[in-house]
Design a protein. Sequence first.
Lengths: 113, 493, 141
Amino acid sequence: MEFLMCIIVGILFASAVYLILSKSLLRIIIGTGLLSHGAHLLLLTMSGLKTGAAPVLSDNVTSYTDPLPQALVLTAIVISFGVTAFFLVLAYRTYQELGTDNMEEMRGTESHD
Amino acid sequence: MINLPLLPILIPLLAGVILMFFPKRIKAQRTISIISTVATIAASAVLIAEIRQNGIQTLNLGSWPAPFGIPLVSDMLSALLVLTTGIVTLAVIWYSIYYLEDEYERYFYYIAVQFLMVGLNGAFTTGDIFNMFVFFEVFLISSYLLIVLGGKKAQLRESVKYVLINVISSALFVAAVAFLYGVVGTLNMADVSVKIAELNDPGIITVIAIFFLLVFGLKGAIFPLYFWLPGSYHAPPIPVLALFGALLTKVGVYAIMRTYTLFFYHDTGYTHMILGVLALLTIVIGSIGALAYKDVKMIIIYNIIIAVGVILYGVAVMTPDGLEGAVFYLLHDMIIKTALFLLIGIMMAIAGSSHLKSMGGMIKEYPWIGWTYFVAALSLAGIPPLSGFIGKLLIVRGGFDAGEMIGPLIILGSSLIVLYSAMKIFTNGFWGTPKEYTGAKAHLASRLWIPAAVLMVIAIAYGVGAEAVRPFITQAVEPLINPAIYIEAVLKE
Amino acid sequence: MKKTNDLILQTVTKVISFIIILFSIHLFFAGHYTPGGGFIGGLMTAAALVLLLLAYDIKTLDKILPFDYKLMTAAGLLIAVLTAAGSLLFNVPFFTHAYDYFDLPLLGETSLHTAVLFDIGVYMVVIGITMTIIQTIGESE
């Protein structure tokens, strides 16, 4: 199972890199989304996909799954959710102001002109 | 008061939350921001006194004992950084009150600054590597808001790149933590250090070390990863730039300092050599940039990169002198960079542009600003007895102690370039024939000068009173040289 | 724009959204010892509100629920921070929670926990943030 997950993480990272290197801003944002999903899945996989009872307090259960990675992933998902939302609004505003979503046309600063 | 290490995080957090209830009332926003920042400074001063007397302070949040819960660990290094953050933020808020338009202040500016402080103080204080990631995100999200505030075309364009870079580095941070957790099975930084020592598998640890170097290097702008910094930092207005330049890159530097002395000190031959080489390349690249530009903002921005290189070189040599110099220079650089940014902000306010061509002869009308800038420039370059000198001296001595020749020589050479680039602003901006100035904010110059001057007084006191500061720095370096002190304070074995 | 026929969606929403909100409140209280809690409950309530938003429009939602979601976020944060900071008064580490068992009418023996107060804060923050995001993206169109 871990082996399969590792391959999926690899695919996620590869497609994320491909999307981030493209020119369209929207694709880049989707790429960052995939990248964080890859990282979250990696976090779950690296800490071991153990089988056992849910990490919730109850009687007659002795073997629990490690609850920590789940807590970490939840935190990381929430953060990336917020950041992605912000990024989408930012991209929309940028598109309105600059009239383009092409990164090629967003080069340079005033001092380089 | 066992919650003392928490106060520098809690006070700005509470202030930020309270400010969210009335974002449009500027007077209240300003007053509460200043009160909260002063309170934070006071709390961190008390914290430093406490650490000076009783050693490292730890707090197990939620009463969960280490290594299971999240601890806050205030050693002298983090407490000093927290104090300096407070001082810098106070000066910038003071400056913003005059500098920024009302319209700007109405859009959550002060709230973002308070949350920025929460994130920074948290990242400096936390003793849990994943919690550090969370605090990184707190200050990053505040910085996204600050960089885009105003919504000018250049700002939007640059903030897209800034956000993208930081989202990628955050994802890498999560991946690095994943690898670390997979190998050692713990997140408490002291416990991680213990487990790594027990593991005795240098190969995998080196991979993780390089991963962390990538993540923190992106934040701290070291050599191949600095490319986003000049463009992004050029876009926002001066107070925001001062905050970013003084504080944000320094968190990356602090994180490298912490992880490379606490986690990855076993196989220094490989990791620290890479760190050292990258630090030197950072200095070279920064020097080239500082020489090339005729734009005051850009010159100082490239000086940030040089400083990052100098500090990291001190960390890379891992000798007591080198580390002590790095800490000394880190604190010096936070204060002096803010002062410099605030001063060139005044010059830009007078001239109405950031290009040196539009400046000249300002010393006639604004002698005080000119001489303050002169002292700041000398201090930046490290002319004795000003504050930059001692840090650089110790770093160079540390480099020679480690048996290196090239590194210390590059640092000494970079000092000349720093001096030249800073003096370029002085000679072109303050000497020469006075020009017709059209800056809309020129009448504010004397009021804007006060916070910058206060910072310069602190910087001079820090340099001249180095004898008095030295014991604090020595105490800050102890856990870096001997991780056992840190581990014992957290795990209390 | 052509007027679309959303009669089915609107009728179903009227019933479903209440069920979702009820279930989210159940999830919220189930939180401490079983799966659930402020975050998930808040997200589900926000989902119900978003469903209302989809079936009707922003103006209608404003009329039914005249909240300022930014203020709601701030209030939630304040509740959460103050609950956690309450431990400062007793000089125990931040975030330390207290609980005890009480004999309540109707419910019988129930454990009451200060973490619930914290979770109410989280619940409000989640609803506030989600709705702010949705409204910000929605309004500019």
